[in-house]
Design a protein around this ligand. Structure first.
Ligand code: DGL
Length: 272
């Protein structure tokens, strides 16, 4: 069986690459829902529907455990999937499999570092969902968090907007400059790409917490604590990359992001 890694499309490749470095022998299937990308400005209902379909796909592809690397899908769909979708798998060949997300592990990593104040930048959907703040309250009610929606960043990263991104970052990060936080969480798969640019707009005392560093570590711990999934995942170091809609643009962007060419294939009959 395999470890599934799901994202709305592109940014999750950075997380998949980091997971590959941390867990070199794990058989992994990455699935990007490029047909419905971007998720960041969609309704919760649409994100849930798309994510559930992706879970069906990944389970049918023999994934024992799925990591939803996409923050937007983790925020809008994970809880509902765990509460209402996973129970429907009882009595089916997919019983006993699991889905995990990135919100709680990211917050745990920040809490472990004993920061007193944290900031979050993320897509519009994540910030309005309030999921990061809600989960933080459960994990540590004494830690304060300020969130800023940064909806232009994903399209700018994906559409060649990097030459103009500094002006946009200066605008989005102005509150974190005037009233600094100890750590800024990058709550979107794409943001590690512009980590240095973000850092340049923050006071020196603010530490950046990026998920390409956090998630592989947390996943390794999770697999150690959960042999019921890890023992079923193959250890031949195989990587597969599937998307719901394959274009030349995606291949070019995926290669740039992953660092080398990767064999991407289109999921069969995904839209039917
Ligand atoms: N992957 C998404 C996330 O981490 C951002 C991209 C999108 O909007 O689809 O939130």
């Amino acid at each position: 069986m395999k470890l599934g890694v799901f994202d709305s499309g592109l940014g999750g490749l950075l997380i998949a690459r980091a997971i590959r470095s941390a867990l070199p022998d794990v058989d992994m299937l990455y699935f990007g829902d490029t047909l419905h990308l971007p998720y960041g400005n969609r309704s919760d209902e649409a994100i849930y529907k798309y994510t559930r379909k992706a879970m069906d796909y990944l389970f049918a592809q023999d994934c024992a455990l799925i990591v939803i690397a996409c923050n937007t899908a983790s925020a809008a769909a994970l809880r509902r999937l765990q509460q209402t979708y996973l129970p429907t798998l009882k009595g089916t060949p997919y019983a006993g499999r699991n889905i995990i997300g990135v919100v709680v592990p990211t917050l745990e990593a920040a809490i472990d570092q004993k920061f007193k104040s944290i900031g979050l930048i993320a897509t519009h959907s994540i910030v309005t969902s309030g999921v990061y703040a809600e989960e933080l309250k459960k994990l540590n009610p004494h830690l304060s968090m300020r969130a800023q929606a940064t909806p232009l960043l994903v399209p700018m990263i994906e559409q060649g907007g990097l030459p103009w991104i500094d002006g946009v970052l200066a605008f989005y990060l102005r509150d974190f400059c005037e009233d600094p936080v100890d750590a800024l969480l990058l709550g979107c798969t794409h943001y590690p790409i512009i980590r240095d640019r973000i850092s340049a707009h923050l006071p020196a005392q603010t530490q950046i917490m990026a998920q390409d560093e956090i998630i592989p570590q947390k996943l390794r711990d999770y697999l150690m604590r959960h042999p019921e999934y890890s023992d079923r995942i193959g250890r031949n170091g195989r990587s597969e990359f599937h998307v719901s809609d394959l274009t030349n643009n995606y291949l070019t962007a995926a290669q740039a992001l992953y660092g080398h060419a990767i064999p991407v294939m289109e999921a069969k009959d995904y839209d039917t």
